[in-house]
Design a protein around this ligand. Structure first.
Ligand code: GLV
Length: 327
């Protein structure tokens, strides 16, 4: 019997390819740049499965082009690049890579919070540009992290991991989510609040929600207006959850003190994005899960899901369980 065929949309760690080639014929866009859409649509015409990144839009056009498709295995925990309902209608399984990136992403969120609070990138730029002439009492002073109040919007896996880290810094944790997380309330004394209350009372607000039609622009001008003028907003989830234009205005007018962003409404960030001109924002190129071990695990998890989906097994991490006919 011939092996199932799959397409891999980017150069990925060898460990993932080793898993795939064991049971599948595969073709790959073997580059660090995204595959052009016309090439992608041509390549998926006959395949049983596709290994995707968050740069590939899986929509009706994609599904129409891939007549034999059984599974889309996304190498990310977020899957807002995929129209899951359309996949379900076409009988296509969708998988993601939850769990393996939780701690790494929480590390980055906390690092970004610290870097923003204490102005680390700005201080580095200051020193390198030869501006450091003397020790000054109020030079590059920031906000204290220890003993402050942390507001977590989205108390799922990553939000909880961030909350645990905050305990070492003596932080009081407030949180908002669509449902309560009683375990985190018991374990860490986290206080469940309305979104407005989290925004009003927190010194640091960090977002850990998926992007959906409900969370799009959840944080806009009104919400930013509720925050303290000394507060810091951190976003390592998805850019469009924050209205970036409203955030720019709030930072420009010092309505909030600073922001640390790993995600943006448009990625890669265009060089003329006005945020690049502000000193009170720390900008990272979507590196939340970017440790060597974790990115390798994400790739092998997606590869394992892909192989299961094309070999009559139910993959783990199904986002839409109904299309799996093998259970
Ligand atoms: C990265 O942003 C992911 O969703 O895994």
């Amino acid at each position: 019997m011939s092996k199932p065929s799959v397409y891999v949309t980017r150069r990925v760690p060898k460990e993932a390819i080793d898993i795939i080639k064991e049971e599948c014929e595969y073709r790959i866009w073997d580059s660090n740049d995204p595959v052009p859409r016309d090439v992608l649509l041509r390549e998926i015409a006959e395949v049983d499965g596709v290994f995707t990144l968050l740069t590939e839009k899986v929509d009706e056009e994609f599904l129409q082009a891939a007549k034999n498709l059984k599974i889309v295995a996304n190498m990310a925990v977020g899957y807002d690049n995929i129209d899951v309902d359309a996949c379900t209608r076409h009988g296509v399984m969708v998988t993601n890579t939850p769990g393996v990136l939780t701690e790494t992403t929480a590390d980055l969120a906390f690092a970004l919070l610290m870097a923003t609070a204490r102005r680390l990138p700005e201080s580095d730029r200051f020193l390198r540009s030869g501006k450091w002439v003397t020790w000054e009492p109020m030079l590059l002073t920031g906000q204290d992290v220890y003993g402050s109040t942390l507001g977590i919007i989205g108390m799922g896996r990553i939000g909880t991991a961030v909350a645990r880290r905050s305990q070492g810094f003596g932080m009081k944790v407030l949180y908002y989510d669509y449902r309560r997380n009683e375990e985190v309330e018991r374990e860490l004394g986290a206080e469940y609040c309305s979104l407005d209350e989290v925004l009003k009372r927190s010194d640091f607000v960090t977002i850990h929600l998926p992007l959906t039609s409900e969370t799009y622009h959840l944080i806009g001008a009104r919400e930013l207006g509720l925050m303290k003028p000394t507060a810091v907003l951190i976003n390592t989830s998805r850019g469009p959850i924050v209205d970036e234009q409203a955030l720019y205005q709030a930072l420009l007018e010092k309505k909030i003190w600073a922001s640390g962003l790993d995600v943006f409404e448009e990625e890669p960030v265009p060089v003329d994005n006005p945020l690049l001109k502000l000193d009170n924002v720390v900008l990272l190129p979507h590196i939340g899960s970017a440790s060597i071990v974790t990115r390798t695990r994400m790739a092998t998890t997606a590869a394992t899901n892909l192989v299961a989906g094309v070999t009559e097994r139910c993959p783990s991490n199904l986002v839409n369980p109904s299309p799996c006919k093998h259970s």
